[in-house]
Design a protein around this ligand. Structure first.
Ligand code: NDP
Length: 290
């Protein structure tokens, strides 16, 4: 069986972008999707549409999944579990570390090798510069298919534990969603004051671009447990975010997002951290989850 071939299950925006990338590089690509019509543009470019999930799994040894979540994986692969034997399933669908471990056990139980994947770029950046996917699971499985997987993005093996790729992926989304919504909140406040999103774009971009400096400065301190208030103090952070919330409320804007930050800083203050760095909130967050 040729290594230049694969099956791709799931043709949302992400799976379709991946199929396009493989077809553009001359790979033999078999596809399957619940809504078969989504395969039409790919079939026009040379993909083979499998009539059933079993046919899709039978077509090639390497099977990439690009589904909404792992529940969708069970719904799809559950239709043809006998066809999993001897396959390598690379699940590039988002879900939690715990569900990734369960999915790996389930697929392994049906006689197939398994890798968890977490794609860190949107569909339009697939196969482009800077595209990166986290993988976890058996390293030898990744190495065997590295050349094929690196068509869509660089491959970063995070460890043998199947949950790790999902964990690294979720950590990035943790940052992504709250950062994006902080910007949307700022845009809402700007608009309530007659200022457009375009007006604040250079300043918003500058603020976000300054973040790596903060991360670089605080990362060694966080790893050492050093929460010294020599650069900024939590009490200053508390006063500052109070002004952010008040500005939002004075503008008639829902300010629940900065209020969540305000409440955390207040709890840090009440816990006696006023003179420490605001980053000491990490300790409070860890305690809450324990
Ligand atoms: P979508 O949710 O748009 O589509 C995923 C696919 O899942 C579709 O083919 C859909 O089939 C299928 N599906 C969903 N539920 C079921 C089910 N119960 N049974 C059968 N098939 C099902 O996702 P995307 O294509 O945008 O993304 C795919 C994965 O990649 C997701 O896990 C996403 O989190 C991740 N990702 C996406 C990014 C993005 O920007 N889009 C960025 C990074 C990661 P149908 O067409 O029939 O509805």
């Amino acid at each position: 069986m040729s290594k230049q071939s694969l099956t791709l299950v799931g043709l949302g925006p992400m799976g379709s972008a991946m199929a396009e990338a493989y077809l553009a590089r001359g790979y033999e690509v078999t596809v399957w999707n619940r809504t078969a019509s989504k395969a039409e543009p790919l079939v026009a470019k040379g993909a083979v549409l499998a009539p059933t999930v079993a046919d899709a799994l039978a077509a090639h040894e390497l099977v990439l999944l690009s589904l909404t979540d792992h529940q969708a994986m069970y719904a799809v692969l559950g239709q043809a579990t006998e066809a999993l034997k001897g396959r390598t399933v690379v699940n590039l669908s988002s879900d939690t570390p715990a569900k990734s471990r369960e999915a790996a056990d389930w697929v392994n139980g049906h006689g197939a090798a398994y890798l968890t994947g977490g794609v860190t770029v949107p569909p339009h950046r697939i196969a482009g510069p800077g595209a990166l996917t986290f993988y976890s699971g058996p390293r030898e499985v990744l190495e065997e298919h590295r050349a094929t997987l690196e068509v869509i993005s660089a491959a970063d093996h995070r460890g043998e534990d199947q949950g790790l790729a999902a964990l690294f992926y979720q950590l990035q989304l943790d940052i992504f969603w709250t950062s994006l919504f902080s910007w949307l909140h700022a845009v809402a406040v700007a608009k309530a004051n007659g200022i457009s999103a375009a007006d604040i774009l250079p300043y918003a971009s500058g603020t976000l671009a300054s973040m790596p400096d903060f991360l670089g400065f605080y990362t060694p301190r966080l790893d050492e447990g050093n929460f010294a208030g020599d650069v900024e103090r939590l009490s200053m952070g508390l006063a500052s975010i109070e002004h952010v919330v008040e500005t939002g409320l004075d503008s008639g804007v829902d300010s629940s997002l900065p209020t969540a930050v305000l409440e955390l800083l207040r709890r840090g203050f009440d816990a006696g951290r006023a003179e420490d760095s605001a980053t000491s909130i990490v300790e409070l967050l860890k305690q809450a989850s324990a």
